[in-house]
Design a protein. Structure first.
Length: 373
């Protein structure tokens, strides 16, 4: 295992460089007198510029590949507005106890919260640009701050119960179907009951590893582990016995199922899966490639392709890390068929359009406040 990350510093103790196990480098520079970096350049060579407020040194803006996100604050350092690269914004409002009570946006929509004295949210209201109520939700808590009831806009209620250690032992949905759970003295889940009376039992070893699950049919699945807590053996009446081998980093490198079929796995220095190999049938082999940079692809640190015996998927990314192209190739009878799907984004990295091989383009609606939920 060669999983080593290196850090470099300047004479003032500022972090200037981070090098991962593959030698990919992230650089930080242009530090101000407060020790805050003014630029960060990732392994793809893309530089983000950072600016700070003059007196308090709070992050004021981040600019990457022509898109700038700006932050506004109140007197105590709470963010009051985030303005994205396309000019859209989210605003944040707080009460006197510095608790978030409302979120608004440039479309005029609002998300409002009621908060009790313990800081629990007791109500949530979504309003559209006209101020009309679109959706609401209410919550009730006990004296320990545990959620007791969740009430929807139509009065539908979901209730919850707890044991003396605050473990959730019961839940009843709006149709009055009840689920229950049981925990042992170490707060480990040991039992579950469903509305039809089915019971599931769970057991653990001294290291808290799950060793046994007995389902409502009475079928028992068993799990065995090595000294590091890696799963080495799974015995199931449904799938038989499956064994696992691991490398020094805990990655599964060999899996043998009940039929004796072996699957082997390889990883790179960052513990990313790079190959799935089937010794008995190499046509099932799959390779995973990362960090592809040809033709301007900003693919370092990202999945670049998935390649099988007869087909493959190749991905391309822009400077802000957005997926901009996916190409699928299928090899059939000495021919290679290509399907290309493209993606287009705005300056706030919101998906605007998906282009399909047929020429059909689907335009996406911009993000609204409801997507925050």
């Amino acid at each position: 295992m060669q999983d080593v990350t290196l850090y470099a510093y300047d004479s003032r103790g500022n972090l200037t460089q981070v090098t991962n196990a593959l030698g990919q480098v992230t650089r930080l520079g242009d530090y101000d007198e407060r020790g805050k970096p003014g630029s960060i350049t990732d392994a793809n060579g893309v530089t983000s510029s950072l600016a700070y407020t003059g007196v308090d040194g709070w992050l004021a803006s981040v600019s990457t590949a022509g898109s700038t996100t700006r932050f506004d604050y109140d007197a105590v350092g709470q963010i009051t507005r985030v303005t994205r690269g396309d000019g859209s914004w989210l605003s944040y409002e707080y009460d006197d106890a510095r608790r978030l009570v409302a979120i608004g946006n440039n479309l005029g929509e609002r998300l409002e919260y009621d908060v009790d004295t313990k800081g629990n949210r007791t109500a949530q209201r979504i309003k559209d640009a006209s101020g009309s109520l679109v959706r609401q939700q209410q919550w009730a808590y006990d004296e320990l701050g545990r959620l007791l009831r969740a009430v929807g806009a139509g009065g539908q209620t979901r209730s919850f119960a707890y044991d003396l250690n605050d473990n959730p032992v019961g839940e009843t949905n709006p149709r009055q179907f009840a689920h229950s759970q049981a925990f042992d003295a170490l707060d480990r889940l040991v039992g579950q009951s469903d509305p039809l009376g089915g019971k599931t039992r769970l057991a653990y070893d001294a290291q808290d590893n799950l060793t046994e699950v007995k389902d409502p049919r009475g079928v028992t699945t068993r799990y065995e582990y090595d000294g590091l807590g890696n799963l080495t053996r799974l015995v199931s009446p449904d799938s038989g016995t499956t064994t696992f081998e691991h490398d020094a980093a805990g990655n599964v490198i060999r899996r043998t199922d009940a039929r004796g079929t072996v699957t082997e796995y390889r990883y790179d220095a960052l513990n990313r899966l790079i190959e799935r190999h089937s010794p008995s049938d190499p046509s099932l082999d799959v390779q995973y490639r990362y960090d592809l940079t040809a033709d301007g692809n900003k693919g370092i640190g990202r999945l670049g392709s998935i390649e099988g015996a007869r087909d493959s998927l190749v991905y391309r990314y822009d400077e802000r890390g957005n997926l901009v192209e996916q190409v699928r190739s299928i090899r059939l009878d000495q021919q290679t068929l290509l399907d290309r799907v493209t993606y287009r984004y705005d300056a706030a990295n919101q998906l605007l359009e998906i282009g399909y091989p047929s020429g059909l383009a689907i335009r996406e609606k911009g993000t609204d406040l409801f997507s925050l939920l």
